[in-house]
Design a protein around this ligand. Sequence first.
Ligand code: ASP
Length: 314
Amino acid sequence: MNKKFAIAIHGGAGTILKSTMTKEKEDQYVSALKEAINIGYKILEDGGTSLDAVEEAVVSLEDCPLFNAGKGSVFTHNGIHEMDASIMDGRNIDAGAVSLIKNIKNPVRLARKIMEKSEHVILAGDGAEEFARQFNIEFADKKYFYSEFRYDQLQKALQSDSIFLDHTELDHKFGTVGAVALDQMGNLAASTSTGGMTNKKWGRIGDTPIIGAGTYANNETCAISCTGSGEYFIRTMTAFHVHSLMKYGNYNLDIAIRKVIHEILPSIGGDGGLIAIDNNGNVVMDFNTEGMYRAWKKGGENGNETENESVLIY
Ligand code: ASP
């Protein structure tokens, strides 16, 4: 029997109501989540690394127009796309992130290159794209990221002069994507990718590329990927907070997350959720919104459990 391994993914949290969801839409989400989780799971099952598993699962979600990351990224106030992404290796707490990038097909791939090939953690804007050119990262033009539906979302936001999280609109609730995994070598990894908020201005950066806010991984405790109102996740260092409660406060994963998601974040008005996995393969997916697109799958010794996979929305 293989050593235990596991992966969890999310596609954003928010106002996701069964009453406003059609069967057809629900099926589309479920199949996109299943595809992504199976890509990551297969890598882990074959003895691959948690880093590869989270990267490839996130690439699959970035390529899917249903989610607000990569291809499906929302429009900024100026009618362009500015994407953020990050990845973290729990073995050595190494991390890479990108912010405000416009033309990269899969931002997570660039984040990983920054982690592995530069001495920096975060690169942003034109500089990040210059770095990407040196490493043959795939670019995509404006047309690739355009969709009428996203454009209409921006027009609505412009009319109401509001900045909104993709998934807080009642009729459309697609969001940021992320993945966390434990591989058979016992290593944890986490990754998150987003287009941010519709109608965002002034080079706004959310929690996704900020290590410790939207993403964190440390073999001593857990791997985490967050989604929600980024400013609150930055102010509470959400992902690192969970790690710290476990490391210094002796909390287990479940209790640490409950505290952060249901006490600390709401105490300053923050909403959203996160997925996490600890170094023993326990998976927790929690949120203080109506729903969160999410899935997990476990294998190896973990696979003996009666239920070893699940795809959920509400
Ligand atoms: N956390 C992301 C941000 O604030 C948005 C999201 O999760 O959908 O940019």
